[in-house]
Design a protein around this ligand. Structure first.
Ligand code: NAP
Length: 443
């Protein structure tokens, strides 16, 4: 396949470059002509490829190695990126999408109409991009970036972890060919046609900006004195007030999902813990039975997550199926975060938790809540704090939904504006009938 990577010089751009080449695809990687972008292109071209670093003792025993570019190319030419690509992945933070899509339009992408992957989209990205490329242009919204990765220096990428599965919503008009390409390129992704699953399922909007802003002084002080500040432990698990504020933000998200008619797990008034237990226990039983076979395990998770991925879950439920932190009935978010192993290791506060997650998370979620007559006060509190500390705003992709009608917002989020010719991808044979998938979803 011919794959295009926009912003190949970003951390995840480098990870995509490595994995696409390793899977045998021919890549054109585009970088801006910024100092950083030029340095990346020059280094990779001089090296003839990119160095991949993996942690010692990683799950797949994958060695660190040099990955040659092969027939691929790295450069600064948007026209070459478009001409080359069957699918285009945008690998920069989501608050730069509008500018990027405008530039892609000027370079001629509308005529080619290749699916564009937003990695990740955050909340309510695509309608803004349809305004540029035309309603129905095929976009794929990833709920999350598939990697945990860094670029220790130019021309090198460190992939700490690849996510086993993630949700992706197909938004716009897709033909069979598009869907087949996407499914073969990303077998770990769980595709659906409901934008709310990625837009309202935006967990980053809950976990990132509120703790950053509520702990702003402590974070800045730690930076000043070059002290370690563990974002999740110091900021949330040891801080009940912040954890409660987070839980309130999360509840607004769940109320929005409920008002849209989606399945919800973790709503205070109706947490549906018993239904959750049935779903997750079944997954755990199957995982235990196939514990020795990595490929079987991958398929089992994929199929079970089809069911879960059509629902919107609280952060506690998300921790359960993402990190295996078993959901305990009635447990607070503070306690659940406190016993999440990956958060117990050092996690550094990052400025993108605000710069990206306010305009593309808190702002659109608050706007949706207001349109649906849901009290958005916990989100407004976070936004007010943002305005206190960031007087000028970022100016990028401020998704306040001001010019979209409420009918449009609801129709978009519930998938009424997309036309997708596809079959339900079922891999393990455990759920063999798409009807069954939807019956389970509609429990
Ligand atoms: N990396 C991870 O482990 C990770 C984990 C979870 C989620 N994510 C999410 O994945 C997405 C990508 O993250 P990342 O870590 O790969 O990003 P990153 O490395 O922080 O991205 C910076 C990129 O953005 C580009 N950029 C900067 N200013 C820009 C502008 N004004 N217009 C267009 N592009 C601009 C930079 O281009 P230059 O090279 O030209 O400066 C660079 O390529 C984000 O949404 C992030 O939240 C990443």
């Amino acid at each position: 396949m011919n794959i295009g990577i926009h912003s190949v010089s970003s951390q995840s751009g480098g990870a995509y470059l490595v994995d696409m080449i390793k899977q045998g695809h021919v890549v054109y990687g585009y970088a801006r002509t910024s100092h950083h972008g030029v340095e990346f292109v020059d280094t990779v071209n001089q090296q003839g490829g990119i160095y991949l670093i993996r942690p010692d003792h990683n799950r797949n025993d994958e060695a660190s190695k040099f990955v040659p570019l092969g027939d691929g190319k790295i450069g600064h030419d948007l026209r070459s990126l478009i001409d080359h690509s069957d699918i285009l992945i945008i690998a920069h933070p989501s608050h730069y999408f509008v500018k990027t899509i405008q530039e892609l339009k000027e370079a001629g992408i509308t005529e080619k109409r290749i699916p564009i992957v937003l990695s990740p989209s955050r909340t309510f990205a695509v309608p803004y991009l349809w305004e540029i490329l035309g309603a129905g242009y095929p976009f794929v919204s990833f709920a999350t970036c598939p990697y945990s990765c860094k670029t220790p220096h130019s021309g090198t990428v460190f992939i700490k972890r690849r996510k086993r599965n993630w949700v992706a919503s197909l938004e716009g008009h897709f033909n069979h060919e598009h869907v087949d390409l996407l499914e073969s390129l990303f077998p770990q992704a769980i595709f659906n046609n409901i934008p709310a699953t990625t837009s309202i399922g935006n967990i980053g909007a809950v976990l990132h900006p509120a703790p950053y802003l509520l702990n702003y002084e402590a974070i800045k002080q730690a930076e000043f004195y070059e002290k370690v500040y563990n974002f999740y432990m110091d900021g949330i698990a040891d801080n009940p007030e912040v954890a409660n504020a987070l839980e309130d933000v999360d509840q607004v998200r769940l109320k929005i999902a409920d008002a849209l008619g989606l399945q919800v797990f973790g709503l205070r008034e109706d947490p549906r813990d018993n239904v959750w237990k049935v779903l997750i226990d079944k997954l755990r039983r199957e995982e235990a039975r196939h514990a020795d076979d990595v490929e079987d395990l991958r398929h089992i998770r994929h199929d079970h997550l089809i069911v879960i991925s059509h629902a919107i879950t609280s952060v506690q439920h998300w921790l359960d199926y993402t990190y295996g932190v078993r959901k305990i009935k009635g447990e607070s978010l503070q306690k659940a975060i406190g016993r999440t192993p990956t958060y117990q290791k050092n996690s550094i506060p990052q400025s993108r938790y605000v710069e990206e997650d306010i305009p593309t998370g808190i702002v659109p979620l608050l706007a949706i809540a207001e349109r649906l007559d849901i009290d958005g006060a916990p989100l407004q509190r976070v936004l007010d704090l943002y305005h206190t500390h960031y007087k000028n705003g970022t100016g990028h992709d401020w998704r306040d939904l001001a010019h979209f009608s409420t009918d449009f917002i609801v129709d978009y989020l519930t998938g009424k504006l997309s036309v997708i010719n596809r079959r339900v991808p079922v891999q393990s044979g455990l759920i063999s009938d798409p009807e069954v998938v939807y019956r389970v979803v509609n429990l």
